[in-house]
Design a protein around this ligand. Sequence first.
Ligand code: MLT
Length: 404
Amino acid sequence: MYRINDNYQKLPGSYLFSTIAKKVSAFTAENPDKTVIRLGIGDVTQPLTGPVIDALHKAVDEMAAGETFHGYAPDLGYAFLREAIAENDFRMRGCGISADEIFVSDGAKCDSGNIQELFAVDSRIAVCDPVYPVYVDSNVMAGRTGSYDPASGRWSDVIYMPCTEGNGFVAELPSRRPDIIYLCFPNNPTGAAIKKEQLQKWVDYANKEGCVIIYDAAYEAYISEQDVPHSIYECEGAKACAIEIRSFSKNAGFTGLRLGYTVVPKELTSGGASLRDMWARRHGTKYNGAPYIVQRAGEACYTPEGKESIRSLVAYYMENARTIRDGLKEMGYTVYGGVNSPYIWLKTIDGMSSWEFFDYLLNQANVVGTPGSGFGPSGEGFFRLTAFGTHENSKAALERIAGI
Ligand code: MLT
């Protein structure tokens, strides 16, 4: 009999957002008269912007004519998009990243799950706790995490870096040396941001200890404060130790269109091997690229009109963040995030666990959020609401919670 990858058997339960979706489906089946407001998964609700739609239409027309039709995309993505990214997301911020260090993909989730393939199976990973589940689960699948302890919710071979109220939800440097460090700022799920001098400490640590940082900057467009870096490459020495992952989902609303990219700088080497060349090899072998029309839509995000439309979109969601944050505070909740991030991280009330609070909000207010413990043991007693709803739903959710 063939054998399976036993590591999959070690994964506890289903993916967090699948579990939530199942619970909500069960609730709506039992309560067909109730309208549920979904502020759980960070999925956008506003339509694609005008410049993006125009670019899509134009690209579709190109695909309809023999002279302008496009087949397979180049391995790393189209140069027009990679150049626009290098210029706007990096050079304009003083980061010397070139187009051939940028790999276009169909999203940050896949890249953040796949990137671990570049590293030895016995590499030790360090993650923030709470953490976006993809980083841990993808390493479980690869057999890198040891055994799971259901009581503590922890894997034996993972270094957890607690993010708590005490440290402002920015982890301290690990006490044991990891090989791979996952960081996400602005943070999912806590909404915390990291200051440049704090991030520089991580870069210095990684360079000194010979670690690689996987830096997930999917939410960078939500940064509103001045001293918060948009890219890890704003820190000195980061090109020698960091990979950065970006998304078009949260800034430009591409969750249903799919587009992201990963930066693997040429300076990033281990034992003489170039990680950039390894990732290029992987792309060539396992991936045929994001669709031409979607890459044209991505390019449109960097035109002056495109940039303006993204600013409006982000402002729309940040108004929701303010509504939710201020409304909860007025009700007496302890609330974090929502300033440089579309996530609001609140403390549960009356000693409820995160899942008890999930049931409480779903049953009493018909509002869906995400239990903090689903992101890791240090998330217990917390709950995440997203600002990606509509204005109407965000306000209505607050009224419902106030009315419990
Ligand atoms: C989230 O809700 O944490 C995100 O939407 C998940 C994702 O981006 O994959």
